[in-house]
Design a protein around this ligand. Structure first.
Ligand SMILES: Cc1cc2nc3c(=O)[nH]c(=O)nc-3n(C[C@H](O)[C@H](O)[C@H](O)COP(=O)(O)OP(=O)(O)OC[C@H]3O[C@@H](n4cnc5c(N)ncnc54)[C@H](O)[C@@H]3O)c2cc1C
Ligand code: SF4
Length: 332
């Protein structure tokens, strides 16, 4: 590993100042992704600015009923928060489905959101990869792509975003607070991530010196409280998703869909908010036929490759199974 300097930031502005104008500097959260990438030679920073000692480790209510989660909160602490387990079950379930207990003890909210793709070519510096080395090509298209994207990809990259947590946040409608050289700003989680387009080297719209300071959840509604996260993976634990769904459902007294929230994981460069399926379901009866119809509408735009075509059916089945479970005895 290339030698690097290490500094502990005392305040968010200090962290931003240390990274600004230093292309070789990186923020360090729990290090569970960044340090792995340094060992592989994918990342070779000359300065790590530790942001885990900032005053960003609280989970607190905000005016109007939402919740603000500091970017330094560890994934284990967030998953265990009793208020969030009741108000947003899909969030706790998504966190607990990821990595291992030891990793979740280290991993932070900010680091989880900005973890990099697990595409095998991205992690192997002996191979071309447009994301790691722009213009070098995308061998995944004709090579190993079983775990890669079926929605929103480009000819330049078919990587998927690996975070389970981000999928739940997309379904919840969370927002991300950022401070950077240009000041403070807030954006929706669904606006944080980019499609790969012609420049897959950038995963998000953030600049390198933008520090995530918090994630904010909206007030908990029926489709937040009646929600779940389901993940399909090759092993029962300690494995990234092959497909996943975060879903929430609020029914009217007549058994129709009043509010529905659906996001898919492991299918795109970003957590995929299934807005077409949501629109197709709203106001419709909560029946298995309607759930299937909506899932089909969402996946109609899929452009799978030979070895990941199974993800189309898998994602549809995840949506239908999640909604049936949420509707319980009321689904016909
Ligand atoms: C074996 C293994 C299995 C795993 N399985 C899963 C899984 O099933 N599901 C899943 O979702 N994840 C999984 N993970 C990934 C894990 O969740 C991430 O490694 C972790 O969440 C990253 O958080 P961190 O704080 O350690 O980030 P770091 O590694 O410290 O940082 C990651 C990136 O975020 C940047 N960063 C950190 N904090 C901030 C901030 N506040 N503002 C701006 N930038 C910041 C860093 O510069 C870096 O680029 C797994 C990891 C391993 C090693
Ligand atoms: S899919 Fe993206 S990350 Fe993977 S090899 Fe292609 S360009 Fe690189």
């Amino acid at each position: 590993m290339k030698p690097f300097a290490y500094a502990v930031a005392g305040a968010p502005a200090d962290a931003v100042r240390r990274i600004s104008g230093s292309p070789g500097a990186r923020f360090l959260g729990g290090g569970t992704n960044l340090v792995d990438l340094m060992r592989l030679g994918v990342e070779s920073p000359d300065l790590l600015v530790d942001v885990t000692r900032l005053d960003l480790d609280r989970i607190e209510p905000v005016d109007g009923g939402g919740v603000r989660i500091g970017a330094g909160v560890r994934n284990s602490d967030l998953a265990a928060d009793p208020r969030l387990r009741v108000a947003y079950p899909m969030l706790s379930q998504a966190l607990l489905s990821g990595a291992s207990g030891q990793l979740r003890n280290l991993a932070t909210v900010g680091g989880n959101l900005l973890q990099r793709t697990r595409c095998p070519y991205f992690q192997d510096v002996t191979k071309p990869c447009n994301k790691r080395s722009p213009g070098s090509g995308c061998p995944a298209r004709t090579g190993v792509h079983r775990d890669l994207a079926i929605l929103g990809a480009s000819e330049h990259c078919i990587a998927t975003h690996p975070s389970d947590f981000a999928v739940a946040l997309a379904a919840i409608g969370a927002r991300v607070h950022v401070t950077g050289p240009a000041g403070d700003r807030t954006l929706k989680v669904t606006e944080l991530y980019r499609s790969p387009g012609e420049d897959p080297s950038r995963d998000t719209v953030l600049d390198p010196a933008d520090l995530i300071t918090a994630v904010e959840l909206p007030p908990s509604g029926p489709a937040h409280r009646t929600s779940l996260y389901r993940k399909a993976r090759d092993r029962a634990s300690y494995a990234f998703a092959v497909g996943s769904v975060a879903a929430g459902l609020g029914l009217t007294p007549d058994g129709e869909v009043g509010e529905v929230r659906i996001a898919l994981g492991a299918v795109a460069h970003k957590p995929w908010r299934a807005r077409l399926a949501e629109a197709a379901l709203t106001g419709r009866p909560a029946t298995v036929e309607e759930f299937r119809r909506a899932a089909g509408i969402e996946l109609a735009a899929a452009e799978p490759l030979p070895d990941n075509a199974f993800k189309v059916t898998l994602s549809q089945n995840l949506i239908v199974a999640a909604l049936l479970e949420l509707a319980g005895g009321e689904a016909r």
